[in-house]
Write a protein that binds this ligand. Sequence first.
Ligand code: FAD
Length: 416
Amino acid sequence: MSDDRHLVVVGASLAGLRAVEAARTEGFEGRITLIGAERHLPYDRPPLSKAYLDKSDEGPVSTEFRAESVITDQLDVKLLLGTAAVGLDTADRIVFLADGREVRYDALVIATGAQARSLPGTADLAGVHTLRTVDDAVSVRAALDAGARTVVIGAGFIGSEVASGARKRGLVPVVIEALPTPLVRAVGQEMGAVLASLHTRNGTDLRCGVGVASIEGDGRVQRVVLEDGTVIDADLVVVGAGAIPAVEWLEGAGLTIDNGVVCDENLWTGVDGVYAAGDVARWHNGTFDRLMRLEHWTSAAEQGATAARNALKPHAPKAYSTVPYFWSDWYDVRIQFVGSPAADEIVVVENLDEDGRIVALYREGDRLAGVLTVNGQTEIMKYRGQIMKGAAFIAAVEFAEGRKVARAAKRAATVC
Ligand code: FAD
């Protein structure tokens, strides 16, 4: 029997693309439309603050996920790019587009992600950028290539990656962080301080505990003035002040919006036919039994697939639960985190000693809740599995100590 339903996915990035791919993999034969505000084909964001900024004569790496023909011909998806959704009528099941078109749906996946938070009063000042889109990355890369005096506002992951990109070109970026310690929400106070030390070890000028008073220039940025009166000359300012879920277009649609689109464990919004996925979704994560909104690649990809599947099979939904995972690359080290940083105690098993590794275990009650590693690629997913299984904290510490001893023995054997 042919399926005459229409799946509409709003947001043509990671979660949106995974949604349409999963719909076809699940055997859906009806119509699919993928709507995106950007004029670009779906592309990958993590490289934008990493490999994309690397200096190379061949120009930046491409971060496009799929060729257009794969999406339109092989997946048989109608692409509506360069046009934002501006409204949603969930009673008549219509998505309204900025260009005046109306798209009717039977099943809808909201995958509009998040947008970078900008600083007020800087919109008309050339040289001041956020870093969320490929267009942003083009501008930042060009300025770095030109040897810009670079100021990064916010020592979060993206700001730190930009600083690292600047250092790779021999520039000395200044990173301004209003809080006394960066990354506290992501990894906690103690480990935030340890990660911050990577900046100073690598020659970046990190200044914590001071806010920005103004960003000044005559049409183009010339200086950043700090609240303590310090003036820093700048040609490039990158604002890494976090992101906010892209939900304005959903106003009045009858969905619950509270730091994202609130969903149940099946990524269902509670409104017939409407599901959400990725950075925009705040869903009930059964593994931690609480609402979470993640801005992580892995969960966005997985949620896109689950949301599409559930939107098309609402009577047999599959819950999505996960142990959050993200990574970040600075100064040629890989930082990875699994689980939750909310902890009663952090045990640091390795701390940038011998082989530049960090292993920090986060305890909540008597369980392992989270793990931070630096250069721990071979182990991080093992810890993720332990958290998923509800492993006892003591067992995780023993595991980490055992790995440390084994590595030390291997090093000693190599030296002999
Ligand atoms: P997004 O990628 O934000 O895509 C949403 C899309 O929807 C966008 O194309 C947007 O234009 C579009 N849209 C928005 N509103 C509308 C509308 N009204 N109508 C139509 N379209 C709309 N995660 C990690 O785990 N590790 C990393 O190292 C890492 N690095 C990152 C580096 C950068 C520079 C950035 C920006 C993000 C990084 N992330 C990283 C986060 C990761 O990229 C995101 O979690 C992921 O992109 C989320 O995918 P998404 O599809 O939910 O949302």
